[in-house]
Design a protein around this ligand. Structure first.
Ligand code: ADP
Length: 497
């Protein structure tokens, strides 16, 4: 039978999704299913990895049924996933020994603080490109080994396996035959040396992790293994794997050094491809692996904004200023400007380039003329200003001129936001026809991995812009808006001290 489809398994923080794409990167069918979030204590977040696996299989089968796809027609499966989340399972049964500990979980904050006190952060930074923060996997893995009775001894005997979500899915998809991950996921664990592209013995010692639990790290594109024929009605190669943000960068065809994408989701994620060299940031950005294809590794710089679309959620659910997130566009354009109002969404502190955990949200410049529309507009503008700050940091860290930024994520549907973004960045903003860039990136990696696509140029030819926003604002005006934004940011810093 003719190979027609690529299957993307997009395993996110709140839902498991499956999208079947055709060769041109068009969506043929799409199914998603939410799963349960566990909050056992303040600041703790867990998932049931077995439920994740079941939901992921469920949506895969349904997506195939929806467009009548047979296993033989699917050229390959690509996996993209919530990053850093940790699963430990039994080699014999595939059963997790504890809930998956999710990237958001802060239970290892003390461990990370002690690493900092002991002066280990520089070594971590140097080898992994990351920080000693509970966000990443290693301390969560150590926590499971130390808190589940008998786990450490069993791990040392080789009875337990560790993996990020991609790895857990690969293991189950291949009927327990393949224990592997890709470098974009490995690079988020704090155990992987991004220069040698190997698990790092010093880091394993630092976090007290037995090497026996670790998966093999394979290229992001290429056959990991064949699916168990009982699962989807036939054997399908699993041939592409990347963490969600890196997959989105790939799905946006940001293949060259200097290419940038920005995702406006709950949080904001700006990633720049920096080519074959990891670049160390002086501005608090993370250095990580984009993907490895064949023997070639692409590195990225990553800057994140904690509150992006989440500010819109707060205005909707907290302040009840409107009913639907999409209403914000009409509200923002119903007024000429923000009437001098600046909203700094430092609800949970500020990330790059400020890194102030004690910053708190502020609304500056209130007068009696201010209406809800002005505040909504200020919130959207803040999403754009925060992006400017991260991109400026990237420009200072790298030699690459930025010609354009490709965008995706839920809030990229907002035309006012993107037009304003182009204005305050002074750079062209492009929204692709397919905004499911994360799933698309996984599908592209898989397609490339089995020769469904011959090269990156063929993939590039599938990518289409839906709309481009050109900067129209005068330089002086932009400078003045940014000056006031930075004044407002200054007033938010250190507030919770
Ligand atoms: P995630 O994948 O991070 O959960 P999505 O990419 O689905 O998020 O984006 C959802 C976010 O985008 C929400 O925070 C929502 O408030 C915001 N959002 C969705 N549509 C719009 C819109 N038209 N304008 C502004 N914000 C929006």
């Amino acid at each position: 039978m003719k190979k027609k489809y690529l299957m993307a398994l997009d395993q996110g923080t709140t839902s498991s999704r499956c999208i079947l794409f055709d060769r041109e990167g068009k969506i043929c069918s799409q199914v998603h299913r939410e799963f349960k979030q566990y909050y056992p204590q303040d600041g703790w977040v867990e998932h049931d990895a077995t439920e994740i696996w079941a939901s992921q299989m469920g949506v895969a089968v349904e997506a195939m049924q929806k467009c009548g796809a047979e296993a033989e027609e699917i050229a390959a499966i690509g996996i993209t996933n919530q990053r850093e989340t940790v699963v430990v399972w039994e080699k014999k049964t595939g059963k997790p020994i504890y809930h998956a500990i999710v990237w958001q979980c802060r239970r290892t904050a003390d461990f990370c603080a002690s690493l900092k006190r002991d002066g280990a952060e520089e070594m971590i930074r140097e080898r992994t490109g990351l920080l000693a923060d509970p966000y990443f996997s290693a301390t969560k893995l150590a926590w499971i080994l130390d808190h589940v009775p008998g786990a450490r001894a069993r791990a040392e005997k080789g009875e337990l396996l560790f993996g990020t979500i991609d790895c857990f899915l690969i293991w189950h998809l291949t009927g327990g035959r393949v224990h592997a991950t890709d470098p974009s996921n490995a690079a988020r664990t704090l155990l992987f040396n991004i220069h040698t592209m190997q698990w790092d013995p010093e880091l394993l010692r630092l976090f007290n992790i037995p090497a026996a639990v670790l998966p093999e790290v394979k290229s992001s594109s290429g056959v990991f293994g064949m699916t168990d024929p009982h699962l989807l009605g036939g054997e399908i190669p699993v041939a592409g794997v990347a963490g969600d943000q890196q997959a989105a960068l790939f799905g946006q065809c940001c293949f060259e050094a200097g290419d940038v994408k920005n995702t406006y989701g709950t949080g904001g994620f700006l990633l720049m491809n920096t080519g074959n060299q990891p670049i160390r940031s002086t501005k608090g950005l993370l250095t990580t692996v984009g993907w490895k294809i064949g023997n070639e590794t692409k590195y990225v710089l990553e800057g994140s904004v904690f509150m992006c679309g989440a500010t819109i959620q707060w205005l909707r659910d907290g302040l009840k200023l409107f009913r639907h997130a999409r209403d914000t566009e009409a509200m923002a354009t119903s007024v000429e400007n923000t009437a001098g109002v600046y909203l700094v969404p430092a609800f949970v502190g500020l990330g790059a380039p400020y890194w102030d955990a004690y910053a708190r949200g502020t609304i500056q410049g209130l007068t009696r003329a201010v209406k809800p529309e002005h505040i909504v507009r200020a919130a959207l503008e803040a999403m754009a200003y925060q992006t400017v700050d991260v991109l400026e940091a990237m420009q200072q860290d790298t030699p690459f001129p930025i010609g354009s930024v490709k965008v995706d994520g839920g809030a990229s549907a907002n035309n006012f936001l993107l037009a304003f973004q182009a204005d305050v960045l002074g750079v062209e903003i492009t929204r692709p026809a397919c905004v499911e860039t994360t799933a698309l990136g996984a599908a592209y990696l898989a397609g490339l991995g089995v020769g469904f696509y011959s090269d990156l140029d063929e993939i590039r030819s599938c990518w289409n812009a839906e709309r481009t926003f050109l900067p129209q604002m005068e330089k002086e005006k932009r400078a003045e808006l940014l000056r006031l934004w930075h004044r407002a940011v200054e007033r938010s810093l250190g507030w919770a001290e």
